[in-house]
Design a protein around this ligand. Structure first.
Ligand code: SF4
Length: 510
């Protein structure tokens, strides 16, 4: 049996960082971990091929070769998933679909032959058994959660790791919190299930055998969801591993803000090599945090928490949302001021949306406040918001105009770099400079230092850092590269802003 594993393209969003990828000579941010794991769940004797459309094109020959095409995608990839399915159907192939997009929105894909929904560790073996008996069903679903200690090592043989900026592992699934706009608990439950430390070390060793990515991403929704296991098992094992692999890349992950309450956890994470963390801040308006049940962010000084995390050695990326029912017109300036004061260089701001499968979606359905289609684009919403939509959209634009302005990025970078580096990890991450690094350096200088609109601020940042804190020069170069990436994201936003504004105008003139 020949199986083609197909991963659709990612649209241009904050997360895909397409321009940054070009600068660092990579094709895509991270490999499709789900499909690499699915490959190992399929019988050994089946032939497998993986085509990641973020890295390469889909050739007719690949489709013709396959008996079944397995496609997996996240909600953000919906349009590209539809396009890929349409193409495969021209060859009359059987399509098998799984992953978060199909689990929540399978009804939008009439051309798919079989849906392997929820966690593949449970549903895929049922499908394989039925295929072997010649009696496959259309839907495979479950209410149970998989025992991830039984998940196989991903099939890294299917990809060229060097085409990706990050390598990727996953330690836990599930999150104890209940933010109502998030589908994690619906997909993976509230009790975080964790792999064993030995599984993760085996995965990391395999990654180092295959290449040397810039960062290894722990693709957990909330790494610190199961604190006991993390402190007792995984972090000590990672610290030992790093002692023996001094030039291994640093780690990135997602955590909740209450990491800053736990001295021991912060110390262990830094020693283990975690540097880049994404924190969902969402809002500094307490009423809005209550609206969305983000209880872990309530009654705390978030600004001080962020500063503490930075002082400890973490590079914080912050997620923000506007458009909650309790937001009023002051929210936009408040967010701009907060982001500037925080020294968070990488900030992503979304208009609140209600993804399928979330509690918010259910609530708004009852209130009759949902609009189609749902789109994960940062600047779109499927909600009839309480705030006038034009006020919301203009306020959102104001935030982006501010935070993606090169001068403002420079100010945040400067602020961050002057505080960062106070920590001293016992086991520092050592980087060997290679020929590839020199090429990347030339590209960053060329794009951000000569072509980009913010070139003056790029040079101010680099020269300032050189005299102030040489140790952080690599970080300053990365922030400089981000100025170019953000400028492109802002340009893209302006195109859609002008389109929507002119639609409004036409509507008013009718
Ligand atoms: S903490 Fe993060 S992963 Fe957990 S429910 Fe909230 S948004 Fe989702």
């Amino acid at each position: 049996m020949n199986i083609l594993l197909l991963y659709p393209e990612m649209p241009e969003t904050f997360w895909s960082m397409k321009y940054l990828m070009k600068m660092i000579s990579k094709k895509s941010s991270y490999p499709p971990l789900g499909l690499l794991t699915v490959s190992k769940l399929l019988p050994n004797k089946w032939e497998k091929k993986l085509v990641d459309l973020n890295v390469t094109n889909l050739k007719s020959g690949d489709v013709e070769w396959a008996d079944y095409i397995f496609i997996s995608a996240m909600n953000v990839q919906i349009e590209y998933a539809k396009k890929a399915i349409r193409f495969c159907k021209l060859f009359n192939k059987k399509i098998v679909a799984g992953g978060p997009l199909f689990t929540h929105e399978f009804e939008k894909f009439p051309d798919v032959d079989y849906f392997i929904l929820n966690e593949a560790e449970i549903t895929l073996p049922l499908f394989i058994e039925d295929i072997n008996h010649g009696t496959p069903k259309k839907y495979y679903t479950t209410k149970d959660f998989a025992d991830v200690t039984q998940s196989p090592l991903p099939d890294w043989s299917l990809i060229d790791l060097n085409k990706y900026a990050y390598a990727i592992v996953q330690y836990s699934r599930g999150c104890p919190y209940m933010c109502d706009f998030c589908d994690v608990t619906a997909l993976f439950g509230r009790r975080p299930r964790t792999k064993t430390a030995a599984q993760i070390i085996e995965e990391l060793n395999k990654i180092l055998e295959l290449g040397h990515p810039e960062i290894i991403l722990f693709a957990d929704d909330n790494l610190i969801g199961n604190r006991v296991d993390l402190k007792k098992n995984l972090l000590p094992a990672l610290i030992d591993w790093r002692r023996n692999n001094k030039t291994a890349p640093g780690f990135a992950t997602q955590v909740t803000i209450n990491l800053s309450d736990d001295e021991e956890m912060m110390r262990l994470m830094i020693e283990a090599g975690f540097r880049n963390i994404f924190v969902g801040i969402e809002s500094i308006n307490e009423l809005s945090l209550e609206d969305c049940k983000k209880t872990q962010n309530l009654r705390r000084d978030i600004l001080e928490n962020i500063k503490l995390l930075q002082k400890k050695g973490f590079i914080v990326t912050g997620g923000f949302i506007v458009g909650f029912d309790s937001d009023n017109e002051t929210v936009f300036d408040e967010q701009i001021n907060f982001i500037q004061k925080s020294g968070i260089v990488l900030a992503t701001v979304n208009i609140l949306k209600a993804p399928p499968g979330t509690d918010l979606n259910k609530k708004l359905q009852i209130e009759n406040r949902l609009i189609e289609p749902f789109d994960f684009d940062e600047n779109k919403t499927n909600i009839i918001t309480k705030m006038d939509h034009r006020v919301l959209y203009n306020g959102y634009k104001k935030i982006l105009d501010n935070i993606y302005d090169p001068k403002k990025i420079y100010e945040r970078s400067h602020q961050f770099i002057s505080n960062y580096g106070l920590h001293k990890a016992e086991i520092p991450i050592q980087k060997e400079v290679t020929f590839y690094d020199l090429i990347v350096l030339c590209k960053i200088i060329c794009f951000s230092g000569f072509i980009g609109k913010g070139r003056i601020y790029f040079w101010k940042l680099i020269i300032g850092t050189f005299f102030m804190n040489k140790k952080n020069i690599v970080q300053a170069l990365l922030f400089g590269a981000m100025m170019f990436q953000f400028q492109k994201l802002h340009d893209k936003f302006m195109v859609s802003y002008q389109k929507i504004s002119s639609q409004n105008l036409e509507y008013q003139n009718q």
